[in-house]
Design a protein around this ligand. Structure first.
Ligand code: GDP
Ligand code: IMO
Ligand code: MG
Length: 430
């Protein structure tokens, strides 16, 4: 049996949460390894809706160990809120079922403020972030001044670290015209919230080593998607972490060999939230139709997601850069009833034809998609649970996608409901 990493292959919101929940039936441990509460995952189980941001999507099933790895940035107040909302829905979250890496980075209120100050500054490039302080928290991590989970248990250390942190942040805030942060007040706030995080604090790398020795099955849960990866995405319109499966090892404290299969969650069309290039974006009624049928509104910020045709060039690139072994094609049902479907098979850049997505932001914005047109289907795929229930033209679409992206289809998802999922090839035993 193989350990599986679940990652997004586009710009996020591909349906990772649904698939992680579905796959977690057979997993023992589910680990988040990057990102923070910028993520938003919706799970629908027997009509009940669960919304997760920071907690691993396996948490909703009882009896699994959920881990927030060191690569995640944690807002303690957001964590507290999410835990209490889920508990109110009957989900059991205790220190046996949830473990938080003691070396994970903390998001402070000042990070969210800085995120917003920058987004609102007219001179800066607007990224359209979730304003959750994700970027500023990762900056502090890389710059070696971040507060980490274990620091919350040591008042003297925390006081010193706050002083170092504020030396940097108050200078920056002055430049941006914001009031300085009072260190004593921040210390009090952190000491007050600390128990909510420390209760779950653990040596995560050791837990994962124990799991390996006991031959337990581990599911690594990625947030965002390949095109939001800080290195391989549409930089600077990306998030501040590496979202590819390569990050699963470093972000949780295991070796690269711990991931045996990379499942790329892939929407049957394309969406994006926030600013940045989007070659196959549809600004017409076709795009609007996809948004309406797909209910494309962000879970975190409520923003409308931009919609467009499937971009096979971009997904193929995600397959290569992220080592995707197979994909789960989601939201196939949203394409039901369309006369024809377009798929991007290359780009035009001036008089050049490209079979890859360029890395320069000017070229990324300039490329024009080259489309192949495929026949649509009239029958409904909504809620289909077996391959044989799919119309022949839908199967043709899936097969063409498979060929273009150079990765096999492992699963197909046909509605938000957990069980409306078709298993084509089992990632755990592939
Ligand atoms: P994630 O961030 O990748 O976990 O994805 P989100 O949860 O943000 O967005 C995916 C949305 O599509 C959620 O509202 C899901 O309930 C929904 N969804 C997932 N799979 C399917 C599917 O196959 N069909 C339809 N119609 N909706 C789906
Ligand atoms: P899930 O896990 C879609 C986008 C934001 C913005 C950019 C940077 O639900 O797929 P950030 O707040 O991370 O600094 O914002 O990244 N973004 C997402 N888009 N799904 C997500 O997560 C996202 N997380 C961040 O909209 O464009
Ligand atoms: Mg989402």
């Amino acid at each position: 049996m193989a350990n599986v990493a679940v990652v997004g292959s586009q710009w996020g919101d591909e349906g990772k949460g649904k698939l992680v929940d579905w796959l977690s039936e057979r997993a023992d441990v589910v680990v988040r390894f990057q990102g923070g509460h910028n993520a938003g995952h919706t799970l629908v189980i027997d009509g009940n809706v669960y919304k997760l941001s920071l907690l691993p999507s396996g948490v909703v099933r009882g009896g699994k160990m959920s881990i927030i790895g060191n690569g995640v940035v944690i807002d303690p107040w957001a964590l507290k809120k999410e835990i209490s909302t889920l508990r109110a829905q009957g989900v059991v979250i205790d220190k046996e079922s949830l473990k938080i890496a003691e070396n994970a980075t903390i998001i402070l209120p000042l990070h969210g403020e800085l995120d917003a100050l920058r987004e609102d500054a007219t001179a800066a490039v607007k990224i359209g972030t979730t304003r959750r302080g994700i970027g500023p928290a990762y900056e502090d991590k890389i710059a070696r001044r971040a507060i980490r989970v274990s620091d919350l248990g040591n008042e003297a250390l925390l006081k010193d670290k706050i002083a170092t942190l504020l030396m940097h942040h108050n200078a920056l805030r002055k430049g941006l015209g914001a009031d300085p942060i009072d260190g004593d007040k921040l210390l009090t706030e952190l000491l007050e919230i600390a128990p909510e995080v420390l209760e779950f604090s653990d040596i995560v790398w050791r837990r994962l080593d124990e799991a390996r020795k006991a031959r337990k099955l581990v599911l690594f849960e990625g947030a965002q998607g390949a095109m939001l990866d800080n290195d391989h995405g549409t930089y600077p319109f990306v998030t501040s972490s590496n979202t590819l499966a390569g990050q699963a090892a470093v972000g949780s404290g295991v070796g690269p060999g711990a991931v045996n299969y990379v499942l790329g969650i892939t929407k049957a069309y394309t969406t994006r939230v926030g600013e940045g290039p989007f070659p196959t974006e549809l600004l017409d009624e076709v795009g609007q139709g996809l948004g309406e049928r797909g209910r494309e509104f962000g879970v975190v910020t409520g923003r409308k997601r931009r919609c467009g045709w499937f971009d096979a060039v971009m997904v193929r690139q995600a397959v290569k850069t992220g080592g995707i072994s197979g994909i789960a094609l989601t939201k196939l049902d949203v394409l039901d009833g369309m006369d024809e479907l377009k798929v991007c098979v290359g780009y035009r850049l001036g008089d050049q034809t490209l079979d890859y997505y360029p890395s320069n932001m000017i070229d990324q914005a300039k490329v024009e998609p080259i489309y192949e047109t495929l026949e649509g289907w009239k029958d409904s795929t909504f809620g289909a649970r077996s391959w044989d229930d799919l119309p022949a033209t839908a199967v043709k679409y899936i097969r063409r996608v498979e060929e273009l992206i150079e990765a096999p289809i492992a699963l197909v998802s046909t509605s938000p409901e957990r069980e409306d999922t078709i298993l084509v090839r089992d990632p755990f035993s592939d």
